[in-house]
Every structure is written in C-alpha cells, then in structure tokens.
Design a protein around this ligand. Structure first.
Ligand code: PGA
Length: 251
C-alpha cells in the first residue's frame, strides 16, 4: 500500500502564500510525486483549493480540504459542501481534527454526517481521532477512540459498495504542535488496535496514519511501526525542505 503524506497547512498559509509555494516547488513536487510508493496530499485553506488543484493537475499530488459542512446544501452561511469540494478538485478532506472539534465544536455526530457527505461525492475522508493528555494519563485512550470511531465506521460500513478508501489519522492531542511524540511501543499498540477495529467493522480498504509533531528526525521510525501507512504533518509541512525530508525518509 502507498504511504500517505498529508500536509495540514491549517490557517498558516494565506491564499498568496499557498499559490507561491505551489509555484516555487512545482517541479520538486512533480519529482516527489513520481514514486509509486507514496501519495502526497496538500491541504490548504478553502480559497486556495481550486488554484492548487490547477497547479498540480499534471502531477500525482492531490489536494485536500481541512473540513466540510455536514449538510448537503442550503441556508448554511459560512459553510462549504462536499459537492463544492469535489467540484474544486479535492480528492481528500480532513474531518474531526482536534482543532475543529475544539474551535468549531465538531461532535462525533457531525463527523459521521460529514463523512457520509464526503463518501457521496467520492472525496476520501481523513478522519482524525485522538485522546487528550488527561485521557491518556487516566488510561482512557481506547475508550475515547472507540467512541470517536463508532458512528463513522458504521457510516462507512453502510456505504461499503460505492467507496474505495478511507483514512484514519491518529493524533493524540498532547502530541500536536508540542514536539512530543508518543513512545513507539505505545503507537504499536494503538495502531494494532485501530487496524483490528477497522477490519472488524468494514470491508472497505483503509490507511492508518499518524500525526503529531512529525519531523524528519522521527518520520522513519514512525513509518516503520506496523500498520502505520502514512503521516499527517502540520508545522513541518509548511517548509518545503522539512516536508520533503520527511517524504524522502527510508521506510
Ligand atoms: P503538527 O500538527 O505536525 O504541527 O504537530 C499536526 C496536525 O495538527 O495535524
């Protein structure tokens, strides 16, 4: 299975900065995208989606959104539908990121609806799950993950016949933007559990990826952990050199 490298630019790059980045590194990205062993996905803010999609049209680089509306259409000022994302050329969409769960009060039910919308429009969902530091310290991780996955896996199972692939990104909240990465033995346990949980509930193919303080010094070790098929990268994806160093690690 291809390793997935997802750049989550959050609200760090403006429209102009995203365009300039794509333009400056277009040839480098073309080369990086040539390997059959990997899939690179760039997730800018909404306004840059269509533009980036145009820039990378002739390459193997895909573009993804950072969230989507749970609704199909209608009077939802400020929201963007899955159909719009598909029309703008999005192949992927992140849902359930801890920052949207926190700042946009996204619930597990919202995430289930968003996932259904994306599946309907053939946009591959990247579903983020992860426990807080408190949950981690109280050893409630599996309980939390089970709760975060239940509805969404059911939604995927119900749509089995017409979707090709989904992605689960495990991002412990205490590792996002902190420079702290969980012990590898801990990640091994988590990903073995996630793998079993996903195969138990659905027959659709999936990738499991890790996110939280990934950089060029830890990417290789993380990618060598069983069942980890890729990385969701925030801070280190903003700079081409650090992002490409992660993508070029041996795994
Ligand atoms: P980080 O962010 O790589 O900066 O820790 C990851 C994320 O929030 O997706």
């Amino acid at each position: 299975m291809k390793k997935l490298f997802v750049a989550n630019w959050k609200m760090q790059k403006t429209f102009d900065a995203s365009r300039a980045f794509a333009c400056t590194y277009l040839e480098n990205f073309k080369l990086l995208g040539q390997s059959e062993h990997r899939q690179i996905v760039l997730c800018p803010s909404f306004p840059a989606l269509s533009n980036l999609n145009q820039s990378f049209k002739e390459t193997n680089i895909k573009v993804g959104a950072q969230t989507v509306s749970r609704h199909n259409k209608g009077a939802y000022t400020g929201q963007v539908s899955a159909q719009s994302l598909a029309e703008a050329g999005c192949a992927y969409c992140i849902i359930g990121h801890s920052e949207t769960r926190k700042y946009q009060h996204e619930s597990n039910i919202d995430i289930e609806h968003k996932c259904k919308e994306l599946l309907k429009h053939n946009v591959t969902p990247i579903i983020c799950v992860g426990e807080s530091r408190k949950n981690f310290e109280q050893q409630q991780t599996f309980e939390i993950l089970e709760e975060q996955l239940a509805l969404v896996l059911q939604a995927i199972a119900d749509h089995n016949h017409d979707i090709e692939h989904f992605v689960i990104a495990y991002e412990p909240l205490w590792a996002i933007g902190t420079g702290v990465v969980p012990e590898y033995t801990y990640l091994e346990q988590i990903f073995t559990w996630l793998y079993k949980e996903c195969t138990k509930h659905t027959q659709t193919s999936f990738s499991l990826i890790y996110g939280g303080s990934v950089d060029a010094t830890n990417a290789q070790d993380i990618l060598n952990i069983a069942h980890i098929n890729g990385l969701l990268i925030g801070g280190a994806s903003l700079d081409f050199d650090s992002f490409s160093a992660i993508i070029n690690t041996d795994y």
